[in-house]
Design a binder for this molecule. Structure first.
Ligand SMILES: [Zn+2]
Length: 165
């Protein structure tokens, strides 16, 4: 069990604004990084998701808390079938999206700040799970919004960056 410090803006901008690298699935370090991400997310009070760069690891991995997103999962959901309370997405890619929604978003790396950001309402994502199996997941509601914010983290984009556009 290792709860890591969540890096925040602006002190750690140099890391948070960096684009993350694809994960080599055979890398023996993956297991520890994923466990640290799970422990850190569960330790937060309101966090729905956490991306690896938020704990200082520039790899394309994010995790979501399942109890926060259960109602947003499709009937044939892959992550609903796993027993763990945290869902893991490795080398994720959004392969389809639909609709638009605006929601006041917060971020663990930008404490005390929220921004109304327009996102896709429904997303279909492809990723690898922690056992190396590829899976597809169709998400809506809070889960879809969280996925899009976590994907942004992997590309070095923060919720602050939307205001400036
Ligand atoms: Zn965030």
């Amino acid at each position: 069990m290792a709860v890591k410090m969540i890096l925040t803006y602006p002190e750690f901008s140099h890391i948070l604004k960096h684009k993350s690298e694809p994960v080599q699935m055979a890398d023996p370090d993956n297991k520890q990084v994923i466990q640290d991400m799970k422990d850190t997310l569960i330790y937060t009070e309101h966090g729905v998701g956490l991306a690896a760069p938020q704990i200082g690891v520039l790899k394309r991995i994010f995790v979501l808390r399942k109890d926060m997103i259960n109602k947003d999962l499709a009937r044939d959901s892959h992550i609903a079938k796993t027993k763990d309370e945290v869902a893991v997405f490795i080398n994720p890619k959004i392969v389809a999206h639909k609709g638009k929604v605006k929601f006041g978003e917060g971020c663990l790396s930008v404490p005390g700040y929220s921004a109304d950001i327009e996102r896709a309402k429904v997303v279909k994502i492809r990723a690898f799970d922690e056992n190396g199996n590829i899976f597809y997941e169709r998400l809506q509601g809070l889960a879809a919004i969280a996925v899009q914010q976590e994907m942004d983290h992997l590309d070095g984009v923060l919720i602050l960056d939307y205001e400036k556009k």
